[in-house]
Design a protein around this ligand. Structure first.
Ligand code: HEC
Length: 242
């Protein structure tokens, strides 16, 4: 009798463990393993001389490359899935990894950004990765292509459109919101287009998350708190073209 109870206990314990693991699989919403907002403060502050995958690289890839029909998890064109760190590191072209840590020249992910093989990525009709983003990707490979993140403590006293806001929109948003196939037909390229969504109370709201607007950037970590503060200050000051 005593033994039976013991077996029953073990059996139910096993069931519970299975249940918990199934439950957590189903509720895994993000393709990228990213810090939750409340754990972000546990990260080390960013060292401005280094490049971090989560902060500096993935936002560009998420907005420009890992999009439906290109290299997201469901449509990995040419077998290349760029939707997460693991997927990027496991992607190969002709059997060769697209990222060779420490060696950007032999890393396809860098070569395509500089037309070294005459195949431009993203293709010409897409929004290109801004120069700053390309530099970040090259430096990330050069520094060993690690999966790391940091807490970015940016200067929030500056929030000029051209200098501070537009680079953030280009980094996090424009890749998906550009051209004929823009997500949701929403364009975020020119000042007027961005301002249109500020006036519709959708720009800041989509970034900070509100009940009535889908949270952006879709499929990736939220912007860093200090980046959001800059956008908020700019919007609250009337979103000028400065
Ligand atoms: C990976 C692609 C992708 C990125 C990156 C992205 N968006 Fe979106 N966005 C979408 C899609 C797709 C929709 C349509 C809503 C949906 O399908 O959930 C959308 C919808 C929106 C909407 C309308 C939301 C609503 O509920 O009306 C706004 C505003 C928006 N995006 C702004 C942004 C901003 C600002 C950024 C950058 C911080 C951004 N998006 C980054 C794909 C993206």
């Amino acid at each position: 009798m005593h033994l039976k109870v013991k077996y029953l206990f073990v059996f139910f314990f096993f069931l519970t463990v299975c249940g918990i693991s199934l439950y957590s699989c189903k509720h895994d919403p993000q393709p990228v393993p990213l810090p939750k907002p409340d754990s972000i403060s546990l990260l080390k502050p960013c060292d401005s001389t280094k490049t971090y995958f989560v902060n500096d690289v993935m936002p560009y890839i998420n907005a420009t490359c890992a999009i439906p029909g290109c290299h997201d998890h469901n449509s990995p064109t040419a077998g290349i899935d760029l939707s997460s760190y693991e997927a990027i590191m496991n992607s190969k072209v002709k059997g060769k990894p697209i990222v060779v840590p420490g060696d950007p020249i032999n890393s396809k992910i860098c070569r395509v950004l500089f037309l070294l093989d005459l195949i431009p990525m993203p293709p010409l009709y897409n929004f290109p990765i801004p120069v700053e983003g390309r530099d970040r990707i090259v430096n990330w490979v050069l520094e060993g292509a690690k999966n790391d993140a940091c807490e970015y403590i940016g200067d929030t006293s500056r929030f000029m459109y051209r200098h501070d806001i537009r680079p953030l929109i280009y980094k996090y948003c424009t890749g998906c919101h550009f051209g004929d196939y823009a997500s949701d037909s929403i364009l975020l390229v020119t000042y007027d287009q961005v301002k249109y969504y500020v006036d519709k109370k959708k720009l800041l709201e989509s970034i900070t998350g509100s009940d009535s607007v889908v949270r952006m950037p879709k499929g990736n970590a939220a912007m860093q708190p200090s980046e959001i503060i800059r956008i908020r200050k700019w919007v609250e000051s009337g979103a000028p073209l400065n």
